[in-house]
Design a protein around this ligand. Structure first.
Ligand code: BG6
Length: 469
């Protein structure tokens, strides 16, 4: 592993930052849920258990704890920290007036990270769509939202470019094809004849937003590196039956590669284009030109990896009513592998396979920006400890896989940023599903405690991944 390898951790604003009503922040989709969970669940596409967690206004309260948190990260030896900017802290209405307090908050965070030699890796959009843009334009369904996003991205590049070198555009945007209504305030049944056109409109708009932001970033910040963020769901054929192999291939193409092919080659795949045209959706020349602009192509591929799945002709169809989006992906469980208590297949070798596949296919560096074990097993002892050996085992095996991909397979990998490095609210709506090296006591002013994995990871970083015991 190179000395420059970015060891660190990862978070998102809506799950971690809190301070929802402070510093001039406007309402996002998640603040609407906090204000009125029932109405929000009724009026918006319910997903990721968004109607389970009722209140996102405080979460882990990074807003008030950031100095302590950055200190803890420095103590662990973090070289990078992934966080997202809350769009509504910069533009309370999504567009319109800039909020200077929001700019000041993030400048404080970034400068403190810099003092501690921690590279920020910043996601521009991690699902917290401004409510005002939902009300006025149906979120990504309206092209106005794309324009607002580009202005927001430009503002971030201008205000924070001196601190932030690594940027990510839209979190797990390959999932938009599966759940286009999320964050639009619209309900659209898959049986509706207009559904396909609706789906591609939303998806295409997010892609314009992505390409435009990448281009601006390259134009505005010297030496910036900007990547995507896609949710990986590597599928294996359940058997050697060629039909199973074909199903697994199709799954990987549809859920992973259709999106990455677009982002790296600057055009939709022929099949995607055909499907879009069939749905009555055509891409303008202007958009095609933007996508084909070399300046609008990403510098690295970043992704979340939690599990692999199996595909086979005997499988039940993916459960579209599953409690979480991740569970929708889960096809047949792999008879050779164990699952976490949340039903996610544990497969470190899959991470090595995926890293190789991505690197071979695109010849771009990769960055793992989410991975980890989310469980409800953490117990805070009376003397303030958490003995999370299960988490250490999970991470140890995944880091071994990363090392093998880098050292033996020669995959260029920029960093490893496990998810929820300090406990945060789960996107599937259960705040007790914890991933962190640091325990957050939500019932006691969000006090922080170092878990056993904190000391273990500190040693991993100190030895640059040599000592995993
Ligand atoms: C990813 C998201 O899908 O998975 C995160 O980018 C999310 O926001 C993470 O928290 C883990 O999922 P969950 O449901 O365990 O929170």
């Amino acid at each position: 592993m190179k000395d420059t390898f970015l060891w660190g951790g990862s978070t998102s604003a809506f799950q971690f930052e809190g301070g929802a009503k402070e510093g001039g922040k406007g309402m996002s989709f998640y603040d609407t849920i906090s204000a009125n969970a029932k109405a929000a669940a009724e009026n918006t596409e319910s997903w990721m258990g968004s109607n389970k967690t009722k209140d996102y206004s405080v979460t882990s309260d990074f807003y008030h704890h950031y100095e302590e948190d950055i200190q803890l990260m420095a103590e662990m030896g973090f070289r990078a920290f992934r966080m997202s900017i809350a769009w509504t802290r910069i533009f309370p209405d999504g567009d319109g007036e800039i909020n200077p307090q929001g700019i000041a908050f993030y400048r404080n965070v970034f400068s403190l990270l810099k003092v501690n030699h921690i590279e920020p890796v910043v996601t521009l959009y991690h699902w917290d769509m401004p409510q005002s843009l939902i009300d006025r334009y149906h979120g990504w369904y309206g092209i106005e939202t794309v324009n607002a996003f580009v202005r927001y991205a430009e503002t971030c590049f201008r205000e924070f470019g001196e601190y932030v070198r690594y940027w990510l555009t839209l979190n797990e945007n390959n999932m938009t094809v599966m759940i286009p209504a999320f964050g639009t305030g619209m309900k659209m049944s898959k049986d509706d004849p207009a559904y396909e056109s609706f789906k591609y409109t939303v998806y295409h708009h997010t892609n314009i937003a992505h390409f435009a932001a990448v281009k601006k970033c390259h134009e505005m910040i010297e030496n910036a590196q900007i990547g995507c963020m896609f949710a990986s769901a590597l599928a294996y054929p359940l058997t050697s039956d060629p039909q199973d192999v074909l199903m697994a291939r199709n799954h990987n193409q549809k859920l992973n590669y259709d999106y990455l092919d677009l982002l790296t080659r600057g055009r939709y795949t022929p099949k995607n284009t055909y499907e879009m045209n069939r749905a009555g959706f055509w891409i303008s020349e202007e958009d095609q030109d933007l996508f084909a602009d070399p300046n609008a192509i990403i510098d690295f591929i970043s992704f979340s990896y939690y599990y692999s799945v199996c595909a086979g002709t005997e499988q039940n169809a993916a459960d579209e009513n599953a409690g979480t989006v991740q569970m929708m992906y889960q096809a047949m469980s792999n008879p050779r592998l164990k699952q976490s208590s949340f039903g996610w297949t544990i497969d470190p070798v899959g991470l090595r396979i995926l890293m190789n596949d991505l690197y071979d296919r695109y010849q771009l560096p990769v960055m793992i920006v989410e991975n980890g074990l989310g469980v409800k097993d953490d117990v805070l002892t009376e003397d303030g400890k958490v003995h999370d050996d299960y988490r250490i085992s999970y991470l140890r095996e995944h880091i071994r896989a990363v090392k093998a991909a880098v050292d033996e397979d020669h995959v260029e990998c920029l960093g490893y940023l496990p998810w929820g490095c300090i406990d945060l609210y789960s996107a599937s709506g259960d705040r007790e599903k914890r991933y962190g090296f640091i325990y957050v006591d939500y019932d006691d002013d969000c006090r922080r405690y170092r878990k056993d994995s904190f000391f273990w990871y500190r040693n991993v970083i100190a030895t640059n991944g040599k000592d995993l015991v």
